[in-house]
Design a protein around this ligand. Structure first.
Ligand code: B12
Length: 211
């Protein structure tokens, strides 16, 4: 692997935000394709961060910093990837459900999924069922992700699934849900396709659901 790519992985892991734009330009100047930079520079760094986070050896602020470092590079790569028609892993629409303003965990999930090569449309927080339905129609994602942090707002996930069914688009997407009060049993009970307890597991789940 080129030195620049090794440095990119290392800078993602260490969350060196200011290094990423220069390293990305260096890698492009070296003649590496945007896809090679994503696959062999950014992804190995984020994969490592995912493993460390899951094992409890890295914590939320560090992971957010790594994800931001990755995003700094993605800002340069994204238009180039789109131009070259490079294949993203899949499309994810992500939002926090109606009545719920918690978005730190959702943002983390979004950034980690983006790091894993997904095209992520984050539609924000306090999204009502119709908002999710419209976003599914507009972006035609492989996966819809819903987040809830309150026991009182969790039930909006079920209402959203019902609204997707009513709109005739439920079968077009896999649904993954998460957030502190959410469990696998709850996901099963409302007919979601998957549940993950943290951002690293959410990436693994999204890869499975998109396969
Ligand atoms: C920060 C915070 C806030 C901030 C939110 C800021 C923001 N922009 O998000 C503010 C101050 C606004 C807030 C407000 C309130 N909060 Co609050 N808040 C928290 C707090 C301290 C941290 C949440 C957090 O960000 N955790 C860090 C992230 C990284 O973890 P996470 O969200 O769990 O996300 C991870 C996983 O769950 C998973 N995940 C998350 N989403 C998704 C989605 C998918 C698809 C997947 C696969 C996985 C996944 O991956 C994430 C990353 O690993 C929690 C307590 C706690 N320790 O959890 C209380 C907490 C959630 N809040 C609580 C309450 C009660 C409130 C208020 C009602 C308080 C009030 N009386 O006003 C309001 C409600 C506002 C509203 N309508 O939403 C309660 C909820 C109780 C309950 N079970 O219902 C908690 C548990 C505190 C407590 N112990 O009482 N809160």
């Amino acid at each position: 692997m080129s030195d620049t790519l090794t440095q990119m992985s290392d800078s993602v892991i260490k969350g060196k935000l200011d290094d990423m734009a220069d390293l990305t330009e260096d890698a492009l100047d070296d003649g590496l394709s945007p896809q090679e930079i994503l696959d062999n520079g950014l992804m190995p760094g984020m994969d490592y961060v995912g493993v460390e986070f899951k094992a409890g050896r890295m914590f939320v602020p560090e992971v957010l910093r790594s994800a931001r470092a990755m995003q700094n590079s993605m800002e340069i790569l994204r238009p180039l990837l789109a131009e070259t028609g490079a294949k993203m892993t899949g499309i994810i629409v992500l939002g926090t459900v109606k009545g719920d303003l918690h978005d730190i965990g959702k943002n983390l999930v979004g950034m980690m999924c983006e790091g894993a090569g997904f095209d992520v449309y984050d539609i924000g927080k306090n999204i009502d069922p119709d908002g999710f339905v419209q976003a599914v129609k507009e972006h035609e994602p492989n996966i819809l992700g819903m987040s809830a942090l309150l026991t009182t707002t969790m039930r909006s996930m079920q209402h959203t699934i019902a609204a997707l069914e009513e709109a005739g688009v439920r079968d077009q997407v896999k649904i993954m849900i998460g957030g502190a009060p959410v469990t696998k049993d709850y996901a099963d009970s409302i007919g979601a396709d998957g549940y993950a307890s943290n951002a690293a597991s959410a990436v693994e789940l999204a890869k499975q659901l998109a396969a």
